[in-house]
Design a protein around this ligand. Structure first.
Ligand code: NDP
Length: 248
């Protein structure tokens, strides 16, 4: 079908840029009503305007995923104002690459509180309702960095390893009750992700690595998410590792 998600409600975290924005757009194009959450309200305004212009139903959420109450409120508002919650895309994340030796532990706190605890708070808020309704998708945006550890990425690796372990454990817990847990693991995607790196050498290395290949676009990952959540109820696509063809 052209609009496989017609009648569904999706919530995307970190929807103000990059993969999250592209995913919200792709889910809306597939027919879903979308709740879009992030901290930068101006960027969400812009996206919401564009999606509404295309005829989509959009709910804008002020959301900092490191705030447990804000996560609970985001899920509650989505259910109240859009009539349910079928698809949660846990996409919000930061990648503050750098060596462990000499690192600023503030980078570590930001990564673990956003990529790990934030994803857990959102999942915690959403999962009970999905289990009760006997259906739903939680899609967690992990990374190649959740599969392959490298020097200079230690704590980012640790955060995405945590995402993968949490996802597989939760999958076993809820899959018998009709709720699907999926992992999407992108390789290099051109987004704003590297802009926030605080260690100058790591930032430069990351930019160079991206420039050395034909990196993916955010749309390339959005299509993977839509594929995952558009399957018939008995098909669970548990994991998708998507790299640029020329990424080693
Ligand atoms: P961007 O920096 O473009 O997007 C990150 C998004 O996360 C933004 O919308 C940002 O919104 C949001 N975000 C960050 N912190 C918070 C927070 N505390 N609360 C709510 N939202 C937050 O990067 P990408 O699109 O590349 O990143 C999206 C995901 O994809 C991340 O989980 C990343 O680890 C993963 N990924 C990316 C890859 C790449 O090469 N780009 C490769 C593999 C995985 P705001 O600042 O407005 O809150």
């Amino acid at each position: 079908p052209a609009r496989p998600l017609q009648g569904k409600v999706a919530l995307v975290t970190g929807a103000s840029s990059g993969i999250g924005a592209a995913t919200a757009e792709a889910l809306a194009a597939a027919g879903a009503a979308v709740a879009i959450g992030a901290r930068r309200r101006d960027r969400l305004d812009e996206l919401a305007g564009r999606l509404r212009g295309d005829g989509a139903t959009v709910l804008q959420l002020d959301l900092d995923v490191t705030d447990e109450q804000a996560c609970a409120d985001a899920v509650a508002r989505t259910r109240a104002e859009l009539g349910g919650l079928d698809v949660l895309v846990n996409n919000a994340g930061v990648m503050l690459l750098g060596t462990i030796v000499g690192a600023d532990p503030e980078d570590w706190r930001r990564m673990m509180s956003t990529n790990v605890l934030g994803l857990m708070y959102m999942t915690h808020a959403a999962i009970e309702g999905m289990v009760e309704q006997g259906s739903g998708d939680v899609v967690n945006i992990s990374s190649v960095a959740g599969r392959v550890a490298r020097k200079g990425a230690g704590v980012y690796n640790a955060s995405k390893w945590a995402v993968n372990a949490f996802s597989e454990s939760l999958r076993q817990e809820v899959t018998g009750r009709g709720v699907r847990i999926g992992l999407v693991e992108p390789g290099a995607v051109t987004t704003e992700l590297t802009d926030h790196i605080t260690q100058p050498a790591a930032k430069e290395a990351s930019r160079k690595a991206h420039a050395s290949m034909t990196a993916l676009t955010a749309d390339d990952i959005a299509r993977a998410v839509v594929y995952m959540v558009s399957q018939p109820a008995h098909v669970a696509v548990n994991e998708m590792l998507v790299r640029p063809t020329d990424q080693e």
